[in-house]
Design a protein around this ligand. Structure first.
Ligand code: UGA
Length: 414
C-alpha cells in the first residue's frame, strides 16, 4: 500500500519525478475536442502528447541503462500507443539505442467517481495491453507483478495493445447503452401503468443480463460515458463503418431525448405554464457522493425549465453554484446564460429553504440523505398544489401522495 513520505511523494518538478523511474503512468485528462476535426466527439490528446514529450525529452539527454515503460492510464482511442511510441522514438536523436529500450503499455482506468477506492482495492478486472516484443513483455510482467500485490492474478487480463485501448471505450459505451436502454422504457411503463423498477428486476434477474447498472434515472451524465461513447462513434465513422457509428449514436440520442422528456413532463403536468413560478431542484450532481456536475442531466433539465421562465432553486449536498454554472456554459456550448437566466438560478444551503414557496420539486440526484428527509416539512412550505417529480425512482410514491404531493415517479407516472 502507498504511504505518504515513504513510498508515495508528490512534486511539481518533472526532472525530480522522472529520475530513476522505470514505469511512467500517464494519467492526464483526455477531454472531448471542442474544435476542428472530430469536434464534440474525438478525444483531445494534447495533454497526453505534452506529457509524452516531457518523458521523451528527459530520456533524450541520457543513455538509458534499463528498460522503461510508458503506461497509458488515460482513456484514449485505439492506436494512441503508436503515436506515443513515435513521439518518444523520434526524440532519441543523441542516444538512438534508447529506441530499443522502451515500450508503451495500455492500462485503462475503470474507477467510478464516489466509489473509486472500492474499485481500486477490489476491481472487477485490471486490463494490461502490450506488444509482443521482448521489452514490452518484460515490462508487462513488471506492471503485472505490481498489481498482483493487491489484485488476484486471475483478475489481471493481459491482451494486445489496441484491444486494451478499445476495451475502455467499449466498456463505457456498453454501460451507457444499459442506462439508455432502461430509460428508453420509462415512457412505455408510464403509458401502461407499469413500474420500471419491477420491470428492471424481472429483466435483470436473468444472469445473462444481470441486475447491476439497470436503474432508471434522469439520464447518464458525468465526464466519461458520453465522452467515450461519442469517441466510439467517431472512431467507427472515421474507419468508414457508418452503420456501427449510427448504432452507437442511437444510445447518445436516446439519452439526450430522455433528459428533455423529463423536463417536458414537468412542464406538461404543470399545465404548460411555469412562468414566474419557483421550481426546487433536489440534487444537481451527476450522481450521489460527488460534487461533479460535468455532463449532468441537471444541466439540460435546468436549461429547459429556465426557458419556461421559472425560477430554479437548487439544493445539493456537495455541488456548488460556480461549478454548476461553469459546466452549464461549457456543456451546453450553444447556450450562454443571460443575466436574467443567471439571476433565476439560486443555490440554497438547506432542502427546506430551496422548497420555500416552490410549486414543484424535481429530484435529480439519488443522494442517500434524500431517503430520510422530512417531506411533510417540505410540503408545508410549498405552494399548493405541490408537485413532486422523482426522476431517480428513489422514494416511496405512496408516502409522498399520503403527505399531499401530486407525486410523479419516473417510469410509472402519477
Ligand atoms: C464511469 C464507469 O462506470 C467507470 O468504470 C469508468 O472508469 C469511468 O466512467 C471513467 O471512464 O473514468 P462514472 O462516470 O464515475 O464511471 O460513473 P457511473 O457510476 O458509471 O455513472 C454514470 C452515469 O450513469 C451517472 O449519471 C449515473 O447516475 C448513471 N447511472 C448509472 C444510471 O442512471 N443508472 C444506473 O443503473 C447506473
Amino acid at each position: 500500500m502507498a504511504t505518504l513520505g515513504k513510498n508515495l511523494s508528490f512534486t511539481s518538478n518533472k526532472q525530480e519525478a522522472f529520475e530513476g523511474g522505470t514505469v511512467f503512468f500517464i494519467c492526464v485528462h483526455t477531454p472531448t475536442k471542442t474544435q476542428g476535426l472530430g469536434k464534440n466527439e474525438m478525444h483531445d490528446l494534447k495533454y497526453l502528447k505534452s506529457c509524452t514529450r516531457d518523458i521523451a525529452a528527459f530520456f533524450a539527454a541520457r543513455e538509458m541503462q534499463e528498460d522503461i515503460a510508458i503506461v497509458e492510464k488515460s482513456t484514449v482511442p485505439p492506436r494512441t500507443s503508436t503515436m506515443v511510441a513515435e513521439l518518444f522514438s523520434e526524440a532519441q536523436i543523441r542516444f538512438p539505442t534508447n529506441r530499443h529500450r522502451f515500450c508503451v503499455l495500455s492500462n485503462p482506468e475503470f474507477l467510478a467517481e464516489g466509489v473509486a477506492v472500492r474499485d481500486l482495492t477490489d476491481p472487477d478486472r485490471v486490463i494490461l495491453g502490450a506488444g509482443s516484443d521482448p521489452v514490452s513483455q518484460a515490462m508487462l510482467k513488471v506492471v503485472q507483478d505490481l498489481y498482483a500485490t493487491s489484485v488476484p492474478r486471475d483478475k489481471i487480463i493481459c491482451t494486445q495493445l489496441f484491444t486494451s485501448e478499445l476495451a475502455k471505450l467499449c466498456s463505457n459505451a456498453f454501460l451507457a447503452q444499459r442506462v439508455a436502454s432502461i430509460n428508453s422504457l420509462t415512457p412505455v411503463c408510464e403509458s401502461l401503468g407499469i413500474d420500471i423498477d419491477q420491470l428492471a428486476a424481472c429483466v435483470g434477474s436473468d444472469s445473462r443480463i444481470g441486475s447491476r447498472y439497470l436503474k432508471a434515472g434522469c439520464g447518464f451524465g458525468g465526464s466519461c460515458l458520453e465522452k467515450d461513447l461519442l469517441a466510439l462513434v467517431y472512431l467507427a465513422s472515421s474507419l468508414g463503418h457508418s452503420e456501427t457509428a449510427e448504432y452507437w449514436r442511437g444510445v447518445y440520442t436516446m439519452n439526450e431525448y430522455h433528459k428533455k422528456r423529463l423536463s417536458a413532463t414537468v412542464v406538461r403536468e404543470m399545465h404548460g405554464t411555469l412562468s414566474g413560478q419557483k421550481i426546487a431542484i433536489l440534487g444537481v450532481a451527476f450522481k450521489k457522493n460527488t460534487n461533479d456536475c460535468r455532463g449532468a442531466a441537471s444541466l439540460t433539465v435546468v436549461r429547459e425549465l429556465l426557458q419556461e421562465g421559472c425560477e430554479i432553486h437548487i439544493f445539493d449536498y456537495q455541488a456548488q453554484r460556480d461549478h454548476f454554472v461553469r459546466e452549464y456554459c461549457s456543456y451546453l456550448t450553444d447556450e450562454i446564460l443571460t443575466e436574467d437566466q443567471l439571476a433565476r438560478i439560486q443555490f440554497h444551503s438547506s432542502e427546506l429553504s430551496a422548497c420555500q414557496d416552490a410549486q414543484a420539486v424535481v429530484l435529480l440526484t439519488e443522494w442517500d440523505q434524500f431517503l430520510s428527509l422530512d417531506y411533510s416539512a417540505l410540503y408545508s412550505v410549498m405552494r399548493k398544489p405541490a408537485y413532486f417529480f422523482d426522476c431517480r425512482c428513489l422514494l416511496e410514491q405512496a408516502a409522498l401522495r399520503q403527505i399531499g404531493f401530486k407525486a410523479f415517479k419516473l417510469g410509472f407516472g402519477f
